[in-house]
Design a protein around this ligand. Structure first.
Ligand code: ME8
Length: 510
């Protein structure tokens, strides 16, 4: 059986998560669910990145211990993922004992190999980004990532010989065009490495909130070295060789564009030092802005996904994020655009298709759908479109072209709505000689909805189950695979459907 291992970044519990974080996790969730639909053995990991000076400072300011502080915020992360119907198989906290052991072991192994040494670090440090910068990397004397001032720091520290790996990493990137996606990010990385890599400072003595260096306890391990290692902890790096062999290397590390660099340079170098294979792909997604503006506390425009779920439900938010934003590009979130998608695509297109279909099966027949005895041109066109949709969907989803896949499925929803108008079942119902045609129409509509339910499961898991249960299909929805959608006539003869219930209420625009 094929396996699929996908990860999100582990988020900093320095504040509550916003819609941008929810976007990344939703994309990863859609991919994980799709691969489960393919029947693959999926491992989907997310988590929290809890160490570092910034967290220590924030906790102090809040008058609590760092652990108390992170416990509270991370409980909020987990609650959010539960409400957003995120199907992660594990949640890794860098404060977990199991992770602590892995990080120390990784440090020890690389130290023993001679790729970690002790030296002195003098550098320009950006505390919010937890990043050291060289003079020439600064932009107008400030942190090139966040634009905030940096401070000069000097301390005894351990270094990782990143410079030793520059050539091998470059060679790997050049030989594996799919390693860094999209191409724009890949080109950035190539240019970055070609400027030369300096050894990486991987320990600190200036604060305590971190995992101690195993050979020198006054040092704590630098947060990125700690954080990146999260990806091998839950799949058995230390404690389950069989599981580790199965799931490593990861298939996709999905990350935001500004942290592609850590994942495609530092992480591969650590793995090379450990003699482990590299992840198959680093996918850098774009950033979400809100009504055209970058989200920030000072602007007061940070969108809380929990409030959106309260108001519109998880599936509507998931649909919007997956449909509106092309993976790899920046995207815009706005309340108006969300409401307009809910009204047009969900309440109108999908909701009406289900509602009209089930109502007609009840009104014009005996609540049952019967395998068609005839095939008209419109029927053939509909089944052809269903087949083409499933095929397109499969390819697009395999390539992480998620919004394209969503659009294609909604193209099919529209096609099915058009089929109602073309076949005009209300007219067929008045004509005794058109019984077979009416029956074929009703069956084909129910069959289309069955396929739609399967295809949208990765996007809108609750809606998919809801449609399934309204169709009253006997097969347990959890057991359905994509192969089920490849068979158009997947509903048995004389199947009795359920009663229509509203999928999405229309949102009144004030
Ligand atoms: O970087 N739109 O954590 P983090 C889309 N702990 N994505 C956004 C976004 C936005 N507006 N704002 C932030 C870290 N993100 C590290 C990761 S992984 C080993 C360690 C994304 O909480 C951002 O691009 O600052 C990043 O991928 C993720 O949120 C986590 O950010």
């Amino acid at each position: 059986m094929n396996k699929f291992y996908i990860t999100t970044p582990i988020y900093y519990p320095s504040a509550k998560l916003h819609i941008g974080h929810a976007y990344c996790t939703t994309v990863a969730d859609a991919a994980a669910r799709f691969h489960r639909l393919l029947g693959e053995d999926v491992f989907f990991l997310t988590g929290s990145d809890e160490h570092g000076q910034k967290i220590e400072d924030t906790a102090k300011a809040a008058g609590v211990t760092p652990k108390e502080y992170v416990d509270n915020i991370v409980a909020g992360f987990q609650k959010l993922w539960e409400r957003l119907k995120i199907s992660n198989d594990d949640f890794l906290r860098t404060t977990d004992e199991r992770h602590h052991k892995v990080v120390q072991e990784v440090f020890r192994r690389i130290y023993d190999n001679g790729d970690i040494y002790k030296g002195e670090y003098k550098g320009l440090y950006c505390t919010p980004c937890e990043s050291y910068w060289t003079e020439h990397q600064l932009k107008d004397g400030r942190c090139p990532d966040c634009g905030r001032p940096v401070k000069e720091v000097a301390e005894e520290a351990y270094f990782f010989k990143l410079s030793n790996y520059a050539d091998r990493i470059l060679e790997h990137i050049e030989n594996h065009p799919e390693f860094i996606v999209p191409t724009s990010r890949r080109n950035e990385m190539v240019n970055f490495i070609k400027q030369g890599l300096e050894d990486l400072c991987i320990s600190r003595t200036s604060f305590d909130w971190g995992i101690p260096v195993p050979i020198d306890e006054k040092h704590v391990i630098y947060v990125w070295f700690d954080a990146l290692t999260n990806y091998i902890t839950p799949i058995g790096f230390l404690d389950d060789a069989e599981k580790f062999k199965k799931f490593w290397p990861a298939d996709i590390h999905l990350v935001g564009k500004e942290i592609v660099r850590f994942h495609s340079i530092i992480w591969p170098a650590i793995l090379m030092a450990l003699n482990l294979p590299l992840p198959k792909q680093i996918y850098g997604h774009g950033w979400l802005v809100v009504s055209g503006d970058k989200m920030s506390k000072s602007k007061g425009n940070v969108v809380d996904p929990m409030l959106l779920i309260d108001e519109f439900g998880a599936d509507a938010i998931r649909y919007f994020l997956l449909r509106e934003i092309q993976l790899g590009s920046d995207g815009n979130f706005s309340r108006d655009a969300l409401i307009s998608r809910i009204n047009s695509d969900l309440a109108n297109d999908l909701g009406n298709l289900l509602h009209r279909t089930l109502n007609m099966v009840g009104k014009f027949g005996d609540k049952k759908v019967y395998l068609p005895k005839i095939t008209r041109d419109v029927d053939a066109a509909l089944t052809e479109e269903a087949k083409a949709t499933v095929e397109f969907y499969k390819n697009a989803m395999e390539n992480m072209e998620i919004s394209e896949a969503v659009k294609k499925v909604w193209g099919f929803v529209s096609r099915a709505n058009k089929y109602i108008d073309e076949t005009a079942p209300w007219a067929l119902a008045k004509d005794e000689t058109k019984k077979e045609e009416l029956s074929a129409t009703l069956y084909n509509l129910a069959a289309s909805l069955r396929i739609i339910a399967i295809l949208i499961e990765p996007y809108m898991p609750q809606t998919a189950e809801n449609i399934w249960s309204q169709l009253a299909l006997k097969e347990n929805f959890k057991d359905v695979r994509l192969t089920g959608a490849q068979n158009f006539q997947g509903i048995e003869d004389a199947h009795e459907v359920g009663k229509a219930k509203q999928l999405f209420p229309r949102i009144e625009v004030k």
